[in-house]
Design a binder for this molecule. Sequence first.
Ligand SMILES: [Zn+2]
Length: 315
Amino acid sequence: MHYLGIDLGGTNVAAAVVDREGTILGKVSLPTPRTGAEAVADQMAAAARAAAEKAGVPLEQVESVGIGSPGTIEPEQGLIRFWSNLNFVDVPLGGLMEARLHKKIYLENDANAAALGEYAAGAGKGSQSMVAITLGTGVGGGAVLNGKLYTGFNYAGMEVGHFVIEYGGRLCTCGRKGCFEAYCSATALIKRTREVMEEHPDSLLWQLAGSLEGVDGRTPFDAAAQGDAAAGKVIDEYVNYLGCGVASLVNIFQPEVFCIGGGPSAQGETLMAPVRYILNREDYARNSVRRTRLVRAALGNDAGIIGAALLPLFR
Ligand SMILES: [Zn+2]
């Protein structure tokens, strides 16, 4: 059995044919046109056909097509309600793709699709339940509970970036103050690094970044590793907020696996070990024999495409 997954992004449209285990058999990435929904659908169909050809799987043998998309999604109606990046308002993407590929189309929020990918074929494979978060521009996430993708009754659930971690704290893009992602996204880490640089003109951060604009998610980790005190302060603060958020989510869900992905997770144990330390201290079930396993995401950018492809198996 073969499934097609499409990861729709603001820059690229990636399509892949995967098998039931989530193994990618052929993948193609094309630029996302910025000339309207019909052009985007045409490009997605082209990517899907090219991926099928690359995989050596005729499109007739593909069971269904799953799409992971940013924005506000109405999966049942195959609708993108709103996506600011491409100025999409009420775009019936499911219908547009069905007309082009003549397959059953599944549409899902991209963060949910990525979580599902990790559950089906990555860090959460074989587990009963998993919560995944991705530290990127924001903090995305998803949950698979008892083998089913949890979305909330209106498909707007698991917006893990927007639970408040600091009451009255930093203003978030969503309008609330003190959201998890205002402290723990890669964007927040970079912003905080720049603030600390302005307070510490002699910090090694300046030498590593060159300028405020030169800061990326690795800069504070690199400077801290070389003993820079200002960078150490940035990392300690970041890790403490992240550990607090992870422990809170673990206390709510007690998932078998908790998975962290995104840019900062590339730091490996430098990031994971202190977060695990905080979790061991603050997990309500810390005395339980069975404990949540804290792991790094395993699939990188392929998680979304694999999860999208396998949507019909976990709905
Ligand atoms: Zn928020």
